[in-house]
Design a protein around this ligand. Structure first.
Ligand code: ATP
Length: 203
């Protein structure tokens, strides 16, 4: 068709990543293959010190850990767009800024775990998201995501669903293991484990 173009598909995977773990890497990989994404951008949330449970590692350290985790994985990249903007991170802003950086020739796919997707009705300006990106929900152990059971106005109501690898790990588990001198081997990339140990995070 004259004038039409196949758009490049880019995944946008936002998170606190405090720290990034193998569950994050596994779900990004599953969505990338399932939807044939050119790449997945891991977008690290800014520091939000006013929140009840602020991140323990700084935004720069969380970004560094994600850089280490993805550096040898083709198709995975990091983005500092939320850190550069600063303040509280709202995904609508993330998507607008990424659109500005990437231009009109990409289609954005927002990747969210089932727990985050179910909470999207409490996100600020979530109603703007459907005009900015397709939402892709990924299964998380212990949670049932059935978008037809959601309210019509729920932001994740029309989302795509990818079951994914169902890896039962969270950043909370990892911080807990480090507090209780448990091992986090196999739960995070070796380079991330080294960075955590060298800097004494979460101890
Ligand atoms: P915390 O335990 O500190 O809340 P987390 O492990 O949920 O952290 P986040 O950085 O808050 O990690 O999550 C970023 C995104 O990744 C969210 O959309 C979340 O739902 C998703 N996610 C994290 N871990 C998993 C997992 N094991 N399976 C599916 N989705 C996940």
């Amino acid at each position: 068709m004259p004038g039409s173009r196949i758009k490049r598909r880019v995944g946008v995977f936002g998170g606190t990543f405090d720290p990034v773990h193998n569950g994050h890497l596994a779900i990004a990989d599953a969505v990338r293959s399932e939807l044939d994404l050119e790449k997945v951008l891991f977008v690290v949330a800014a520091d939000q010190w006013l929140r009840a449970n602020p991140p323990q590692a700084s935004a720069r350290d969380r970004l560094r850990m994600v850089e280490l985790a993805v550096e040898n994985i083709p198709g995975f990249e990091t983005s500092d767009v939320d850190i550069v903007r600063g303040g509280s991170t709202f995904t609508a802003d993330t998507l607008v800024d990424l659109r500005g950086r990437l231009g009109e020739t990409v289609e954005l796919y927002l990747i969210v775990g089932a727990d985050s997707a179910l909470a999207m009705d409490r996100w600020k300006r979530a109603e703007e998201i459907s005009a900015l990106a397709r939402i892709v929900v990924v299964g998380r152990p212990g949670l049932v995501f059935e978008n037809e059971t959601l309210d019509d106005t729920h932001p994740a109501r029309g989302a795509m669903y990818v079951e994914g690898p169902m890896v039962d790990v969270s950043a909370t588990d990892i911080r807990g293991l480090l507090q209780s001198t448990g091992s986090i081997s196999g739960l995070v990339a070796d380079s991330v484990e080294d960075y955590i140990n060298t800097n004494g995070f979460y101890g």
